[in-house]
Design a protein around this ligand. Structure first.
Ligand SMILES: C[S@@+](CC[C@H](N)C(=O)[O-])C[C@H]1O[C@@H](n2cnc3c(N)ncnc32)[C@H](O)[C@@H]1O
Length: 283
């Protein structure tokens, strides 16, 4: 590719060809990466379709493309990922937010509809995408917690960008509930839930760039979720709710007898896959 002479449209076409076989969305990836190099968005890109790019922009794009060809996820190259109503800063310290986690946010927003200053805890928060989106939707007070200090640093970047100056968000580094005190109206979690065999079979290419402790949930994949389910009642107010994301077939592992907790709903995604479970504290 002659990078000094290329037009925007040509760069996209060439990059799409190079990304075939690497990405399932080669053209979209090419557009997002070129938009980033041009410091615009995809709409802005289309208005420049027949314009020549400057050499330094084309070189930057070419460096992005090399990283993508090496399977690095687009979101780590652009340092951003859209989730619910916001764009989150992400890098390799955190899992890239997945659209299926938005089901948790929607359910939480519905449960908190008439509860303006609810106390919400998002454990295993990573980038903070779930908790901060619930805050966006409900105006709650929020505690973000994760075992990884690196993840909490990214969550803090997102708090400073999305809720600058907020005094209603706090951070706790904690192995599940070990460092948590107090009681909450709602607790959410998207815990690691891949099994040993999932890790071997699925954590390849793009997924190898993401933090491995965000994936591994134990031998069956359900061990961390089970640990959370056994103690979450201690941190919920009476009538409070816990929503957790589930791994593939994770709903089959749910035991119906957790202390002071009733299973109220299994949320399915648009393809009918069981994505999340909702529990209510009974006492
Ligand atoms: C699947 S990621 C979810 C991140 C974020 N909530 C999201 O949906 O994008 C799981 C997160 O759990 C954290 N984690 C793993 N083990 C943990 C533990 N024992 N206690 C607290 N957090 C843990 C990881 O650091 C990671 O950020």
């Amino acid at each position: 590719m002659n990078i000094s002479k290329s037009k925007v449209g040509t760069l996209i076409d060439e990059a799409e060809k190079e990304l075939k076989g690497i990405s399932e969305t080669p053209r979209l990836d090419a557009e997002i990466l070129l938009a980033k190099a041009l410091d615009t968005n995809r709409f802005g890109l289309f208005t420049k379709y027949n314009e020549d790019t400057e050499v330094k922009t084309a070189e930057l794009f070419s460096s992005f493309l090399k990283r993508r060809i090496n399977f690095e996820p687009v979101a780590y190259i652009t340092n951003e990922k859209e989730f619910f109503e916001d764009t989150f800063f992400v890098d390799s310290r955190v899992l890239i937010p997945r659209p299926e986690s938005e089901f948790i946010v929607e359910k939480a927003a519905a449960l908190l509809k008439n509860h303006e200053k609810a106390e919400v805890l998002d454990i295993c928060c990573g980038s903070g995408c779930i908790g901060l989106s619930i805050k966006r939707a409900s105006g709650c007070r929020l505690t973000l917690s994760d075992i990884s200090q690196d993840a909490l640093e990214v969550a803090e970047i997102n708090v400073n960008r999305l809720f600058p100056g907020s005094t209603e968000i706090s951070f706790v580094q904690s192995d599940l509930f070990s460092g948590i005190s107090g009681k909450f109206d709602l607790i959410t979690a998207n815990p690691p839930y891949l099994s040993e065999s999932d890790m071997k079979n699925f954590v390849v290419k793009e997924l190898e760039f993401e933090p491995q402790n965000a994936f591994f949930g134990g031998k069956t994949g359900f061990e961390i979720t089970e640990e959370i389910l056994e103690s979450v009642h201690n941190f919920l107010k009476s009538g409070g709710y816990f929503i957790t994301e589930l791994g593939f077939e994770g709903a089959n592992f749910i035991n119906k007898n957790y202390e002071n907790l009733e299973l109220t709903e299994i949320i399915k995604d648009y393809s009918g896959i069981e994505r999340a479970a909702v529990f209510r504290k009974t006492l």
